[in-house]
Design a protein around this ligand. Structure first.
Ligand code: MN
Length: 193
């Protein structure tokens, strides 16, 4: 699902989300962002810079810091790099209507021991990454399920490293934007002004 799909889903005369342009590369290392999205259903959009776009998954329960908690990650369309900076509201009649918060952001690196490129790993459905965010750090696996009722969906799984912590549960204890310090409610209120 490419950037054309992203553009087709949105009316840019109505939403403040960025229009998807040509691929861009960031100069500060590969970026990742986790956007808390209060839409019809609350979820966390997990986005990784791969080949100039943000590969994207919707994670209903958000990321876990517990290696025993596998989190369902539903693939969604590629987003433009500029989307990593989007925080605000999406109007009611628009795709994804609701409120978006930049819950975490940072850089990440390829942690694959097999020396596979990230795009190859993505296409193969097995990504090993090292995240360096403000709330989320350390190794994670993203694995695409190739059979069963969840075929096509992915799982996000924490590696058992020094950042693993079964008790931390940042999704429930850390509920403010890493960019603006605002809660979802505060972002929503400012969007209505
Ligand atoms: Mn979303």
């Amino acid at each position: 699902m490419d950037i054309d799909t992203y553009n087709e889903k949105r009316d840019f005369s109505k939403t403040k989300e960025p229009r998807g342009d040509d691929k861009q590369s960031s100069h500060k290392g590969r970026r990742f962002v986790i956007q808390k999205h209060q839409a019809t259903n609350l979820h966390y959009d997990f986005r990784l810079e791969v080949d100039g776009v943000l590969k994207s998954w919707s994670i209903p329960k958000g990321p876990s810091t517990d290696p025993n908690q596998k989190r369902m990650a539903i693939p969604t369309e590629d987003h433009p790099m500029t989307y990593a900076d989007f925080e605000g509201t999406i109007p009611e009649d628009q795709y994804g209507a609701g409120t978006v918060m930049i819950w975490d952001k940072g850089t990440y690196s390829n942690n694959s021991s097999e020396n596979k490129s990230l795009i190859t790993a993505y296409k193969n459905g097995v990504m090993e990454i090292l995240l360096n965010g403000k709330k989320i750090q350390g190794g994670y696996s993203l694995v695409k399920m190739d059979s069963g009722t969840q075929k096509g969906n992915w799982l996000l799984i924490k590696k058992d490293d020094k950042y693993a912590d079964a008790r931390r549960n940042p999704v429930s204890t850390q509920n403010k934007s890493v960019v603006s310090g605002r809660t979802i409610k505060e972002i929503e209120k400012e969007g209505r002004k």
